[in-house]
Design a protein around this ligand. Structure first.
Ligand SMILES: NC(=O)c1ccc[n+]([C@@H]2O[C@H](COP(=O)([O-])OP(=O)(O)OC[C@H]3O[C@@H](n4cnc5c(N)ncnc54)[C@H](O)[C@@H]3O)[C@@H](O)[C@H]2O)c1
Length: 285
């Protein structure tokens, strides 16, 4: 049984569908009910430690002691959706509660949603180099992003306390359902419409794939992975976009004209992640 926190949300819905399709038994815990009534669900406020450890222990017949891991996606999902201190408190405390409840129950397989924002979004200052990757220290610019960096730091310490634990944080790019792809050509006339995340995105189904691969990984310890699609949202080539917004930014390596500037090389190498979807195919189809 895998517990998915935030299963009623955008990424959670895709993740549950993908895990079920791959034969996993799942239970969603979320403040909100799932849109799909066939999903096993329990209403849990993860900012409350008592509720969190209770839910991970047993919820009637929905959650037994056979919890094999946690996918932690619940959060206030972006800057601005609540006052800064509410976002910071909600996300930091709920992530602590999830890690701590799992530790007490000896649930040692945890995958959770960090965020691309840790890379320095909205890139009001240029990135140190492109493509950006996991190799430079976090640059949170918002309370939301700071809450995600706190989660990454907590993961390191929890894994130091128990080296058999795995806590993989996925620095998800901007999650997109395919219905949004019709909007993408509208970005193309202005490089500044989407430079805030270096013109990247992640198809919700590929986010779900990355979560599953991270969950299935036999590695231990804390680690983070940038998760984006293989391409960006623009038809304009990267060189033109970078010249327009970040002239002179160093290139860490050669990259293709429409290749993602949020590097997914580490996720490819370590997790075997390979995005299967592109808005370009959707447009053509
Ligand atoms: N959507 C994006 O573009 C994006 C990008 C990067 C990272 N992320 C991260 O991915 C995760 C999932 O994002 P999403 O887009 O699916 O968000 P979402 O808002 O669609 O879903 C989040 C879910 O968390 C639940 N939740 C919030 N607070 C809770 C609490 N205290 N207890 C229990 N449940 C609670 C909400 O009810 C909601 O169903 C989040 O951690 C978010 O920060 C999202």
């Amino acid at each position: 049984m895998i517990i998915v926190t935030g299963g009623s949300g955008q990424a959670g819905r895709a993740c549950l569908k993908d895990l079920i399709a791959h034969g996993h038994e799942v239970c969603s815990v979320d403040l909100a009910p799932p849109a799909d009534p066939s999903i096993r669900h329990s209403r849990v406020d993860l900012t409350d430690y008592g509720q969190t450890i209770a839910a991970f222990s047993a919820i009637d017949d929905r959650v037994s002691s056979q919890v094999t891991g946690i996918v932690h996606l619940a959060a206030i999902r972006a800057p601005g959706l609540a006052p800064n201190h509410v976002i910071f408190e909600t996300n930091t405390v709920s992530t602590y509660n999830v890690f701590e409840a799992a530790r007490q129950l000896k649930i040692r397989n945890i995958v959770w949603a960090s965020s691309e924002t840790v890379l320095g979004l909205p890139f009001a200052n240029p990135p140190p180099y492109v493509p950006v990757d996991e190799e430079y220290p976090g640059r949170p610019e918002t309370a939301y992003s700071l809450s995600k960096l706190m989660g990454e730091e907590m993961a390191k310490q929890f894994c130091r306390w128990d080296p058999e634990t795995k806590i993989f944080g996925l620095r998800l790019s901007n999650v997109m359902d395919p219905e949004r792809y019709a909007e993408f050509p509208g970005f193309d006339d202005d490089p500044r419409k989407r430079n805030w995340n270096l013109w990247a995105y992640i198809d919700a189904r590929d986010a779900a794939q990355a979560i599953r691969l991270a969950f299935d990984s036999k590695l231990t310890g804390a680690d983070v992975f940038v998760i984006a699609n293989a391409d960006g949202v623009m038809s304009q080539p990267n060189d033109a976009l970078l010249d327009a917004v970040y002239p002179g930014v160093p290139h860490k390596r050669a990259f293709g004209p429409n290749e993602t500037l949020l590097s997914i090389e580490k996720a490819r190498r370590v997790l075997g992640y390979e995005p299967r979807h592109s808005w370009r195919d959707h447009k053509a189809g």
